[in-house]
Ligand binder design. Structure first.
Ligand code: ZN
Length: 271
């Protein structure tokens, strides 16, 4: 959509420059036909008007449009064309996938942002939910959604690595993605590396290191490549600890639990 808008602007400018006399009004955004189309698409989803395909999950049925889903998913484009067409008919069952993740995928296809918390029908951790959406986007060949899920996963993990389910998220990421797909793996590894001192104090984190050797190997590799180089002195308890903290992110002192986001002001030179 962004491409279409840019083209309009460029075309107007080139006419201005080339002919001088001809005044071309730029099209106001509200008159952009593609923006109207997005609104219409959402209406079509809400009302099921002209729907020609049903997608069934474990607990819901979505009346969708082949032109929308096939235009964005390699899987559906393949499934609903050629020799599979007759076998499929006008209904597709996706009952083996996480129902909330499939719901997010369909919403995304119709131009809605998806709710990271996993919709009102069953709330789970945003870290885990975005990992599930990533998996579904990969499976059904929707690269734009995969990219969005990765971004949302990044923010969730940066904010929530200290929560109890982070080790579970690590296990999930290493189970549901292949080794060559680094989108989520690199993120959990770098966040673990950055917070390794705190994470080592957690039983569940030690357990996931034991149970997931490829994760342990990835973290170890990073620790060897980039050994911890920074030392901080806590202004509350005056004790020191080592880590590689990101700027402007909130961390807790390992000794007294004092919470702050300005640790860079308490950096010591390491000897
Ligand atoms: Zn302290």
């Amino acid at each position: 959509m962004a491409v279409a808008e840019d083209t309009t602007t460029e075309a107007s400018e080139s006419v201005d420059r080339g002919r001088g006399l001809l005044q071309v009004q730029r099209v106001p955004l509200s008159l952009d036909p593609t923006s109207n189309m997005r609104t219409t698409l959402k209406d079509f989803f809400d009302t099921s008007k002209f729907s020609d395909l049903v997608i069934r999950t474990e607990d819901q049925e979505f009346k969708v449009h082949k032109i929308v889903v096939c235009g964005q998913s390699e899987y559906f484009a393949c499934l609903l064309s050629g020799k599979w067409k007759e076998a499929t008919g006008n209904a597709v069952d996706l009952k083996e996938d996480d129902a909330r993740a499939v719901e997010a995928m369909i919403h995304f296809m119709y131009g809605f942002d998806y709710d990271s918390s996993g919709s009102s029908l069953g709330r789970i951790s945003p870290m885990l939910f975005n990992a599930m959406v990533y998996k579904v986007a990969d499976k059904y060949g929707v690269p734009a959604l995969k990219h969005l899920a990765q971004q949302k996963f990044d923010s969730a993990v940066t904010a929530c690595w200290n929560m109890d389910d982070f080790p579970h998220v690590i296990a999930e990421v290493y189970t549901t993605t292949v080794e060559s797909d680094k989108g989520l793996r690199d993120r959990v590894v770098s966040v673990s590396y950055n917070n390794i001192q705190s994470l080592f104090l957690k039983e569940d984190f030690i357990r996931v290191l034991n149970d997931t050797p490829s994760f342990a190997a990835d973290v170890l590799q990073l620790l060897v490549e980039k050994p911890s180089t920074k030392r901080y002195t806590c202004p509350s308890c005056s004790k020191q600890w080592e880590a590689n903290l990101s700027n402007d992110v909130t961390y807790y002192c390992l000794h007294c639990g004092s919470r702050r986001s300005d640790w860079k002001n308490y950096l010591e030179k390491k000897d």
